[in-house]
Design a protein around this ligand. Structure first.
Ligand SMILES: *Cc1c(COP(=O)(O)O)cnc(C)c1O
Length: 395
């Protein structure tokens, strides 16, 4: 299953600079052209009948989307990649590719909330049953697998609360029972975790986040191994959910600097997370690369780094006050913006809504504040968080 044999020997930044890079195909211009296209012309009637040429219609790909997909294949060690118009589409299309009426799906409870909505509301309508499992389940997932379980969907670390998962153990059990394994790998990017090397069949990215990196693009990618690729490609081409040319270009452009950006996100996030640990007003810091974090050992075993998003749990004795304290914290911030998404250059904070959880229950000590640590100077960000904590203490 490991793809490491055919992965390039170069370091990650060298690969980021050259993945999907083919200047000789474009008259020597360094970057691929942004191909805006629906129609592709054929030289004659027989060629259009056999469709025997590299490009046939805009929905099936262009040199621009191919460059992005080739770059992702190199980074993920995958057989094929598709690019879709959002990260959410990158989650939902693999479900449609692998599941049908009467099938059972296992999804981690610490899942990105819109993924849960899709399973409970859309897949249910099409006769697919979803059950949720504890992120710490590991090989124990065997007890939840049924004869009709076709897919085990993972996400590590979990959304907002950052629970780690034992991906290789889950993959081994799932495969022994004939199920495929998908993973939302958005947090780590392929730089810090390569799911296919750990037994996952389908790796998903909200490339909106670090790959695009500037809060101005919505895009998703799905990279599959040889086993999962035919169904993924077939479903993708039937649905017509192709990423737009400018967004594909911007994402490839973002990948070129993702390594240096992530180094900075990682360093600042670790500095800030470390400084907040044990600080009065902060009950816990939820960051997989902190030794105190329950998933730390798994993170250290499997991941090559940590990115710039983590959460803090405010220390609030009275649960009636959670919302007021969270709002006081957020409203005092001057540098952090209040808004969804992450992976851009600017810092963001939100009060995480964990009301959908059924197994991985929210912390009891206080509200969960999710922090996206941007590229600003970390001492300024820490001072901003201090402002928030002081306001929460007063509220
Ligand atoms: C943001 C996010 C998505 C969805 O990405 P969009 O491009 O915003 O649709 C999916 N999964 C995870 C883990 C995310 O954080």
């Amino acid at each position: 299953m490991s793809n490491s044999d055919n992965s390039p020997k170069h370091g990650v930044n060298t690969r980021l600079a050259h993945a999907g890079y083919q200047p000789q195909s474009f008259f020597g211009f360094v970057n691929p052209p942004v191909v805006h296209a629906s129609t592709v012309l054929f030289p004659d009637a027989s060629a259009i009948e056999t469709r025997n040429q590299p490009y046939t219609y805009g929905t099936y790909g262009t040199p621009t989307t191919d460059a992005l997909n080739a770059a992702m294949d190199e980074l993920e060690g995958s057989h094929g990649t598709i690019a879709l118009p959002s990260g959410l589409a990158a989650v939902t299309v693999p479900f449609m590719a692998t599941l049908g009426a009467g099938d059972h799906l296992l999804v981690v409870d610490s899942i990105y909330a819109p993924t849960r909505n899709f399973c409970d509301q859309m897949l249910a309508r099409f006769g697919v049953e979803t059950s949720y499992y504890d992120p710490g389940i590991g090989a124990g997932i065997e007890q939840l697998i049924r004869a009709n379980t076709k897919l085990v969907h993972t996400e590590a670390p979990g959304s907002n609360t950052f629970e780690m998962q034992d991906i290789p153990a889950i993959a081994e059990v799932a495969h022994a029972h004939g199920a495929l394994v998908s993973m939302d790998n958005t947090w780590a990017t392929p730089l810090y975790f390569k799911p296919l090397d750990h037994g996952v069949d389908i790796s998903i990215h909200a490339a909106t986040k670090y790959p695009a990196g500037h809060s101005d693009v919505l895009i998703g990618t799905v990279s599959a191994n040889q086993k999962a690729w035919p169904a993924l490609w077939k479903t993708f081409s039937m649905l017509g959910v192709c990423a737009a040319p400018d967004d594909s270009y911007m994402t490839l452009r973002g990948l070129r600097t993702m390594g240096v950006r992530l180094e900075r996100h990682q360093k600042s996030a670790l500095e800030i997370a470390g400084a907040l640990e044990g600080r009065p007003g902060v009950a816990r810091v939820l960051h997989p690369a902190l030794e105190s974090f329950p998933g730390y050992e798994l993170w250290k075993r499997d991941f090559g780094g940590s990115s710039g998003i983590f959460s803090i749990v405010l220390d609030v004795a009275d649960s009636e006050r959670f919302r007021a304290k969270a709002h006081a914290f957020l409203d005092a911030l001057q540098i952090f913006g209040l808004g969804y998404s992450w992976g851009g250059y600017e810092s963001l904070a939100v009060h995480a809504n964990l009301s959908d959880r059924t197994i991985a229950m929210p912390p009891r000590e206080g509200p969960v504040i999710r922090l996206q640590i941007g590229l600003e100077d970390s001492q300024d960000l820490l001072a901003d968080i201090e402002r928030g904590l002081a306001a929460a203490a007063r509220a």
